[in-house]
Design a protein around this ligand. Structure first.
Ligand code: PEP
Ligand code: MN
Length: 338
C-alpha cells in the first residue's frame, strides 16, 4: 500500500508511522517528492487489517497498490525514474542514450577501436560481454576478468561508460569494479538469487526480458531487485520467442508503451537481439525511439564475419554512424534529444 503524507507532516509524525509499520514486520520505502512524502509499504499487509492508518497524525490518505509489482509500479511513483551517472549522463530524461559495441569483448585493440568509433558516432556507453551466456558449452564463453580490464581501458581512452553482463552472483563484486551498468541477460531474468544479490548494491542494472517472459514477469523480476534496495533499474525489451522464424526473435515494441504505462522505470530497446539480422536493426531502432524508448543497446563490430559471436546482427561502424544520424531526426520528431 501507499501512505500519502500531508504536506506539513512533521518528522516525529513520520517516524511514529514508520516505527509502527516496522513493528508489524513490514518493509518501508520512503519517496520524498517536491511537495510531499509517500511511504510505500511492502509485505503481507493483512497484519494491518485492524489498524486504521488514516487516523495517524500526518497521514492524508492510504491507498492499496493493485498491481503485484509495487516499487516498480507507476502507482507507487508517478514521475519517471531518471538514473544519473558520474559523468552527468542521465537515462530516463529527455535525452536518449545509445549503448554500442561488440557482442563479446575480443581483443583489446579491437575493443578500443570500436569504442572510439561508436563514441564518434554519438554513443554514450560501450557494451561488450566478458562473461557470455552461450547455448553451447563449446562456444566462446568470453574472456572473463581480462575482458573486464579491456572494457576499463576503452573507458579510459574514450570516456564512454561501460555496460557488461553478470551471469553468476559470485562474479558481482568483480564486475562492479569495472562497469557502470550491470546487465542481467535474458537467460537470467528469473535467476532470483542473482536478482536478489544485485539488489543489494547501488549500481544501475539493465534487466533484459526473458526469452519467453511476459511483461508482468519482467516487472516482477525488477521488483526482486528493487525490493532489496537498488532503485536504479532499467528494463530492456530484446525480443521474445514466437512462432516466427524469419527473425531471431520477435521484437515486441508494444512492450515499450505498456511498460511506460505500468512502471516509472526507464526502458531500453535492443534491436540487435530483437531481430538477429543486421539489416533489420536500423528500422527497428528508429521504431523503438518513436515508440518511446529511453535508450538503445546495439551490437557493432568492424568485421562481422569474424566476430566471436552475433556477427550476423552486428552493424559495421560506418552503418552505425549513419543510423545515429537518422535516429537523431526521429528523436527530434518525438520531442526527444539524442
Ligand atoms: C547480449 O546482450 O549480448 C545478450 C546475450 O543478450 P540477451 O541476454 O538479450 O540474449
Ligand atoms: Mn549478442
Amino acid at each position: 500500500m501507499i501512505i500519502v503524507l500531508k504536506p506539513d507532516a512533521t518528522k516525529e509524525q513520520i517516524d511514529h508511522i514508520v516505527e509502527k509499520l516496522k513493528g508489524f514486520g513490514l518493509q518501508i520505502h520512503m519517496s520524498k517528492g517536491e511537495e510531499r512524502t509517500i511511504i510505500g509499504v511492502i509485505g503481507d499487509e493483512r497484519v494491518l487489517a485492524n489498524q486504521p492508518l488514516e487516523v495517524f497524525p500526518g497521514v492524508e490518505k492510504v491507498m492499496p497498490i493493485l498491481q503485484p509489482f509495487k516499487l516498480v509500479s507507476r502507482e507507487f511513483k508517478k514521475e519517471n525514474t531518471v538514473i544519473e551517472f558520474d559523468n552527468g549522463v542521465k537515462i530516463g530524461g529527455k535525452r536518449i542514450h545509445v549503448m554500442a559495441g561488440p557482442c563479446a569483448v575480443e581483443e583489446k585493440e579491437l575493443l578500443i577501436q570500436i569504442a572510439e568509433d561508436v563514441k564518434a558516432a554519438g554513443a554514450t556507453f560501450i557494451r561488450g560481454g566478458a562473461f557470455k551466456p552461450r547455448t553451447s558449452p563449446y562456444a566462446f564463453q568470453g574472456l572473463g576478468p581480462e575482458g573486464l580490464k579491456f572494457l576499463s581501458e576503452a573507458k579510459k581512452k574514450t570516456g564512454l561508460l561501460v555496460i557488461t553482463e553478470v551471469m553468476d552472483p559470485r562474479d558481482i563484486e568483480l564486475i562492479l569494479q569495472y562497469t557502470d551498468i550491470i546487465q542481467i541477460g535474458a537467460r537470467n531474468m528469473q535467476n532470483f538469487r542473482l536478482l536478489t544479490d544485485v539488489g543489494g548494491y547501488e549500481k544501475p542494472v539493465l534487466l533484459k526480458r526473458g526469452l519467453s517472459a511476459t511483461i508482468k514477469e519482467l516487472l516482477m523480476s525488477a521488483e526482486y531487485i528493487m525490493s532489496k534496495g537498488n532503485t536504479k533499474v532499467m528494463l530492456c525489451e530484446r525480443g521474445i520467442r514466437t512462432f516466427e522464424t524469419y527473425t531471431r526473435n520477435t521484437l515486441d515494441l508494444s512492450a515499450v508503451p505498456v511498460i511506460k504505462k505500468l512502471s516509472h522505470l526507464p526502458v531500453i530497446v535492443d534491436p540487435s537481439h530483437g531481430v538477429g539480422k543486421w539489416d533489420l536493426v536500423a528500422p527497428m531502432a528508429k521504431a523503438a525511439i518513436a515508440a518511446g524508448a529511453d535508450g538503445l543497446i546495439i551490437e557493432v563490430h568492424p568485421n562481422p564475419e569474424e566476430a566471436f559471436s552475433d556477427g550476423e546482427q552486428s552493424l559495421k561502424p560506418k552503418v552505425f554512424k549513419e543510423l545515429m544520424k537518422e535516429l537523431r531526426l526521429v528523436a527530434q520528431a518525438v520531442g526527444r534529444e539524442l
